[in-house]
Design a protein. Structure first.
Length: 379
């Protein structure tokens, strides 16, 4: 009965002393160990749904075998921004864990039901160029986001900027940092300086102003080192123009057709006077002679086409260049000169404004072929 008396005495001591949680320091280490063991207890509760890893862009979080005060990593990681199904949650040592698979737990503090806006990030260095549209600019934003807020600044097309970081948002847009609180869309930035830095629309007719009896090359597109089309425009010929651009090396080009560009230095709004080596009929007042132009000529017999109205002093032309009824003096390559009247046109003329189709008997038309001629409007 001595043992029972000891137990009763101990119980009486505890009751009288009123030992509480706040006085655990008065207990022996063995008894403290027994009481604080509850901190390792795992409290499971329901949790489910899709969660996203919300950590640091470009980094990942560890996966553990089970929730614990000192959990053991599995060696697996989940990247920032990735989505995972959560089946339940656990509380241990004051930390919450989410279960994302069998024997796969992650810290709940790095998980969110809302997808983080920044999904990836990487450091950059060096210089990049704005590659947008000539004569236009791109907006600068305060921070990268799915719906970024502009800061009121703009960067001009073709300008160069130092870059520091690139991030991608959850909606797939990439942004590049060009300064403190200064971000631009990455798809408008390039490592290479854009070749076209300025552009403006043109309208009207311009003339090749190069050298007598010479031609200028036609290029497939404007560039610092443009590719030839194997086409050439003769000096003095007139062409409709549509656009002028300037490349990064300072060269200017003018568009004269689809995939047809010439150097702007050799084009003029004024038709040049062509000095011919051939002899012309005496003019009563040569000073009032209209400027001449070099054109391409072919021949046809209107009677073969069933037209007996037009005489052989007829030419077919682009009526935007020479209106119907215009009188022309044509000098052929053998030096002969003859006057004609514009009475006809056709599909060829719309596509070839620098070409005339001269009426003549069929046998002569076949022999004529295709020639370069000099044309002057008769006042």
């Amino acid at each position: 009965m001595k043992v029972n008396k000891t137990i009763i005495s101990l119980i009486a001591f505890i009751s009288v002393s009123g030992v509480t949680k706040g006085s655990l320091t008065n207990l022996t280490p063995d008894k403290v160990q027994a009481v604080t063991f509850k901190s390792d207890e795992i409290q499971y509760s329901a949790q489910s749904g899709d969660f996203f890893v919300n950590y640091i862009p470009g980094y990942a979080i560890a996966v553990y075998e089970k929730p614990a005060v000192l959990p053991k990593p599995t060696g697996q990681t989940l990247p920032h921004g990735s989505a995972w199904k959560v089946s339940r949650q656990a509380l241990v040592g004051g930390k919450w864990y989410y279960q994302v698979g069998k024997n796969q737990w992650v810290q709940a503090t790095y998980m969110s039901r809302k997808q983080p806006e920044i999904s990836t990030a990487s450091n950059l260095g060096g210089t990049m160029y704005v590659n947008y549209e000539p004569n236009a600019s791109i907006a600068v934003y305060e921070a990268p986001a799915n719906l970024p807020k502009p800061n009121g600044q703009y960067l001009k097309h073709g300008t160069a900027w130092k870059v520091f970081q690139q991030v991608t948002t959850s909606n797939g847009k990439s942004y590049i940092k060009v300064g403190e609180n200064q971000w631009v869309q990455a798809n408008y930035m390039s490592q290479n300086q854009p070749e076209i830095i300025a552009s403006s629309a043109l309208s009207g007719t311009m003339y090749v102003n190069y050298k007598n009896n010479a031609s200028i090359a036609v290029f497939s597109r404007p560039a610092n080192y443009p590719a030839l089309t194997q086409k050439y425009l003769p000096h003095g010929s007139g062409w409709r123009v549509f656009r002028q651009v300037t490349t990064s090396n300072g060269r200017r080009f003018i568009q004269v057709g689809n995939g047809q560009w010439v150097q702007a230095d050799y084009m003029s709004w004024n038709q040049p006077i062509i000095h011919q080596q051939q002899s012309y009929p005496q003019q009563s007042n040569p000073a009032v002679q209209s400027p001449s132009r070099v054109m391409v000529a072919t021949a046809y017999d209107p009677r073969v086409l069933g037209n007996y109205t037009f005489g052989y002093d007829t030419v077919a032309a682009n009526l935007n260049v020479f209106p119907r009824g215009t009188k022309l003096q044509i000098t052929f390559r053998d030096g002969t000169t003859k006057n004609y009247v514009v009475r006809d046109t056709g599909g060829f003329a719309a596509a070839n404004p620098n070409q005339l189709d001269i009426a003549m008997p069929n046998a002569q038309a076949i022999q004529f072929g295709r020639q370069t001629i000099t044309v002057r409007v008769i006042n």
